[in-house]
Write a protein of this length. Structure first.
Length: 209
């Protein structure tokens, strides 16, 4: 979604309830995950593969032209699953104790990202410099979710990593990221925290009371 918006591609969006996946969706998504991109009669799946396709077919290019730099960008995009699980462990924890324990892994993941920003990124505000790149597109959704959850948890985790915090704030302010989710997403995200019985949902209920 973010890459499509950044490239000003005209597209239509169909939202899917992943708790009750329709048959038509399972037929086109081999892993049962979103996003899925339909191009004419062809179906593409997995975020990185879709982003790479878009970058190779639609200007402006978001991957760097230099081959070494591009390979490094791809390597940091491959780190996204580890990064996202490190942060989600904090806000999906069911107790305060479990959330606090998950912070150790979150710190390790953020230390790696701080290293990436220091050694492999261009001078900001984005990973590739003054324009959004595919690394930004890959990380932005997970920063978005963590920051929403941290409004409840109050860990202020990113405060300990100024370069990462500055990057996350720049991403959240970018037009391609801001508004890249449905208007109902915050409510759906909160409902997901509640369904999972998370500590964050407990704080949310206490705040409502």
């Amino acid at each position: 979604m973010i890459a499509l918006r950044a490239k000003s591609v005209t597209f239509e969006t169909t939202y899917v309830n992943l708790r009750e996946k329709p048959d038509w969706f399972l037929k086109i998504s081999p892993h049962g995950k979103v996003p899925v991109l339909q191009v004419d009669d062809e179906i593409l799946f997995e975020s990185n593969a879709i982003a790479e396709y878009l970058d190779e077919t639609v200007e402006p290019r978001m991957h760097p032209a230099d081959l070494i730099t591009r390979a490094r960008h791809r390597a940091w995009t491959d780190f996204v699953p580890d990064f996202s699980s490190g942060l989600s462990g904090v806000y999906y924890a069911k107790t305060k104790e479990a959330s606090d324990a998950a912070m150790e892994m979150a710190h390790k993941r953020l230390e790696r990202i701080a290293y990436a920003l220091e050694h492999h990124a261009e001078p900001g505000p984005y990973f590739g410099g003054d324009k959004l790149c595919l690394v930004d597109c890959a990380y932005a959704p997970f920063f978005q979710r963590f920051l929403m959850a941290d409004d409840l948890l109050g860990t202020k985790l990113l405060d300990e990593y100024p370069s990462v915090k500055a990057w996350a704030e720049a991403l959240m302010a970018h037009p391609a990221v801001d508004g890249s989710v449905a208007d109902v997403f915050p409510a759906e995200f909160a409902a997901n925290l509640e369904r999972r019985g998370t500590y964050a949902a407990t704080l949310m209920q206490q705040a409502a009371e």
